[in-house]
Design a protein around this ligand. Structure first.
Ligand SMILES: *Cc1c(COP(=O)(O)O)cnc(C)c1O
Length: 450
């Protein structure tokens, strides 16, 4: 597409195009109700999604016994990582003064990533719709019955399809197979081999593309649209996915309350979430802003070669621009974030709500991964490690320091809580973890060589 030169010559777009690590503070951030001017979705929609997940809890327990201890809730721990905080302060002069917590969606049951929220929710919603329309289910029924053979053979007539860089495919594939659907996952070239193998072992059809994520989605959508029995999970536009992710905010609030961590005008909350197409971090951000308003500051983090949401927001072009349009490759070791064009729907919601973004080079993903393993004995996958660009960046960049100053937060930082959102990791096989540990061992030096 032809792009306006004035848009491309701003300092931030020049830095993005040069694949420099950067911090962008959103000049369009609105306070109070203004933060929601990009959407008509409400807390009632989030409550509805939460209630639906509760209705499905008996079914989830029956299909996935690992969820029984949590009563069929798919939820992850919130863990203080003080040793990691000390390490980041020592290695990067990060100057993190308050609390640093890790939201471990990396350990979510069933799919081992943040996609266990949105992806599974959308499949359950579709299942409820189908079952009710066809008289298999009444609102007061015990949803565990959906796992009976009679129901499973009904669902077997239906198809589910999705385009994915890996983790969404895992979540949709595993849950769809559990319900009984005939499920096909369209995988982009970025998807790791073990994810394809795992899905095939569960009876999921995996179609591989040599192209990127957008192309896998396009092909998957076309095939699904041509088949009246097929349902397409549309990562770029799905409201159901978004709301499934948003439920995380309510669960997080309960966890913070249980830890005695208050969030208010005097106790700011900073949340840093790795972003791909935008659905997961966007849904979580939306829920958090609804619950905590101006007391929460949400930042997304993206790899320098695939900062699609940042580019869309910083230019105002939203999904009208791709990272390839400014000469970036879109290629990154952060497979979960390897997206060249953001969700237009999510970009519109985020424009008045997001505080800003940080980008980082790939080698840092592995450095942060190793730091977390050494200090906290916790493993999260490289994509998830992008979250640490946030806490490390708050002091590193003039723009971030100016944000803190402008919001009157300077003296409050010792009382602040920072949450790095660990978006995936549990299903990564031991052998692959070993390979990750060896990757970019010499940090930036390897980057210059390659
Ligand atoms: C999918 C994913 C994200 C980002 O979610 P989007 O909805 O694509 O923005 C972040 N981290 C991991 C590990 C993921 O799999």
């Amino acid at each position: 597409m032809k792009l306006d030169d004035a848009v491309l010559q701003t300092p931030i777009v020049r830095a993005i195009a040069a694949a420099e690590e950067c911090c962008w503070i959103n000049p369009g951030l609105k306070s109070g109700a203004g933060a929601f001017s990009g959407t008509t979705l409400t807390m009632r929609d989030v409550d509805d999604a939460e209630a639906r997940l509760l209705r499905f809890a008996p079914f989830i327990m029956r299909c996935f016994p690992e969820t029984v201890p949590a009563g069929g809730l798919i939820e992850s721990p919130l863990t203080p990582i003080e040793e990691m905080k000390a390490q980041l302060n020592a290695n990067y002069d990060a100057g993190i003064a308050g609390r640093l917590l890790l939201k471990r969606d990396s350990d979510l049951p069933i799919a081992g990533s943040v996609k266990a929220r949105g992806g599974i929710y959308e499949i359950l919603k579709h299942t409820e719709d189908l079952a009710m329309q066809n008289g298999l289910l009444a609102p007061t029924d015990d949803y565990a019955k959906l796992a009976d053979e009679a129901c499973r053979s009904f669902f077997r007539q239906y198809k589910v399809q999705v385009g994915s860089t890996g983790n969404l495919g895992l979540s949709i594939g595993i849950m769809s197979a559990a319900v009984g659907y005939d499920v096909t996952v369209h995988m982009s070239a970025d998807a790791r081999q073990w994810k394809k193998d795992l899905l095939r072992s569960k009876g999921v059809t995996v179609i591989e593309y040599a192209s990127d994520y957008s192309e896998a989605v396009r092909q998957g959508r076309a095939l699904s649209d041509a088949d009246p029995m097929s349902y397409f999970v549309d990562d770029e536009n799905s409201v159901a996915l978004f709301l499934g992710y948003a439920v995380a905010a309510k669960r997080l609030k309960t966890q913070l309350d249980d830890m005695g961590v208050g969030v208010d005008e005097k106790h700011p909350l900073f949340v840093y979430i790795p972003c791909g197409v935008g659905g997961a971090p966007g849904g979580i951000a939306f829920g958090l802003k609804k619950l905590f308003g101006d007391a929460v500051h949400v930042f997304f983090t993206e790899p320098v070669q695939a900062p699609c949401m940042l580019l869309g927001l910083a230019t105002g072009l939203n999904s009208g621009i791709s990272v390839q349009d400014v000469g970036l490759t879109g290629l990154t070791h952060a497979d979960g974030l390897a997206v060249g064009r953001p969700s237009g729907f999510v970009g519109g919601v985020m424009a008045p709500m997001l505080s800003g973004e940080f980008t980082l080079e790939d080698y840092r993903l592995y450095d942060h991964m190793r730091e977390l393993m050494v200090t906290e004995k916790l493993f999260i996958e490289p994509s998830a490690c992008a979250a640490f660009a946030g806490p490390v960046g708050m002091r590193r960049y003039d723009a971030a320091r100016a944000y803190i100053e402008a919001h009157g937060l300077t003296d409050l930082m010792p009382q602040a809580t920072h949450i790095a959102w660990a978006t995936g990791g549990r299903l990564v096989p031991e052998k692959i973890r070993g390979e990750y540990v060896e990757t970019y061992l010499r940090g930036a030096y390897d980057t210059w060589q390659s």
